[in-house]
Design a protein around this ligand. Sequence first.
Ligand SMILES: NC(=O)c1ccc[n+]([C@@H]2O[C@H](COP(=O)([O-])OP(=O)(O)OC[C@H]3O[C@@H](n4cnc5c(N)ncnc54)[C@H](O)[C@@H]3O)[C@@H](O)[C@H]2O)c1
Length: 386
Amino acid sequence: MKKFRVAVIGTGFIGNIHCEQLMRISNVMLAGIADKNPALASEAAARFGAEKIYKNADEVLSDGTIDVIHNCTPNNLHYEINKRALESGKQVFSEKPLALTAKESSELVKLAEKENAVTGINFCYRYYPVVQEAAVRVAGGEIGAVYNIHGNYLQDWLLYPTDYSWRLDPSMAGASNIVGDLGSHWCDLAQFVSGLKIIEVMAELKTILPVRKRPKTKETLTFSNASDIDYEDVKISLDEYGALLLRFDNGACGTFTTSQLAAGRKCNIDLQVYGSKGSVAWNHERSAELWFGHRNEPNRIFFESPNIQSPETRRFARLPSGHPMGYMDAIMNLFNDFYRAIELKRANKTPDFRHPDFKAGHEEMLILEAAIRSRKSGTWAKVDTV
Ligand SMILES: NC(=O)c1ccc[n+]([C@@H]2O[C@H](COP(=O)([O-])OP(=O)(O)OC[C@H]3O[C@@H](n4cnc5c(N)ncnc54)[C@H](O)[C@@H]3O)[C@@H](O)[C@H]2O)c1
């Protein structure tokens, strides 16, 4: 079997996870790594046995032996690197958000179509086995017509004024910190599980700590501990809290709350979908469980299982019943679909599954921009459709 030669650009928090999960995909070889910090690139290359360390992204993009790139750089580099990778004939798997603006993400969707490329974006929470199961059950009518969708995505890693990240710098993160970062994941999940589209948004976005202490001397990686360094005060303008009222395309309403200053919540993603016959809910802190709610019979907990999940979703539950999978496995499941999609395309076959691609990334950019318009106007904002 020919293996796809893959290069990972950016080996910070998520880049390392990409490298590790790529090693579990049978038709892939990690051919190269690039990071602007050479020490991080060398560390990752040694750890994952990458063939080559590239000096920078340019060198990767001009290497004709690389079939696929994974773009794991900060947000401000997504558009440029994704665009040039597509133009150089590569298949592209990008981190989210897809770009800094919907204009850029729309351009990427069109370019991918023109280049006939397979694209992917890391909306990984879809790929927990029971989240896939929830989507199949909702599509099959198990909870009836969807009336309401509620949920949150809460973290606490920006609780203190000394917590700082490039995610708070508009030149690197874009026009939003938290709605672009956590909101894009949640909205993707809500749309994926319900099969509905968000068409209108009313948003309150807030900066809770308007001044933070940024490390003077060292660049901090995401989730690093910055306790031993000098600081300078920096004004923060981006959102650390967001509350969205949502309208879906079938008339359903929803609410979504997100904060990175929610003490004790590390990665609490909660999704509740209420329908005319019943409801389904998932929480990332108990990610192997799906909750089914009923009015006239006992509620049920469905535990991830390759034996009892629907035929369409069993392939995502790779461990024997009772052994929960996790974040790394969800990413591996997604990579598996992405590389299968490339293989099928090369064989002129159509996949019988749909992984999140640049179109899904663009949809989230359109929702984000509607939220930003709503915050400015104080009114509902329609989500653009193109
Ligand atoms: N899908 C998910 O669950 C998930 C989780 C975390 C992060 N992300 C996304 O991944 C991206 C990276 O986030 P992170 O948390 O890994 O950040 P990070 O700061 O930990 O890592 C970013 C890396 O990119 C490198 N880099 C910066 N400029 C570069 C350049 N010009 N060329 C090559 N490398 C460069 C940095 O040196 C660093 O190693 C973000 O867009 C973020 O939204 C997604």
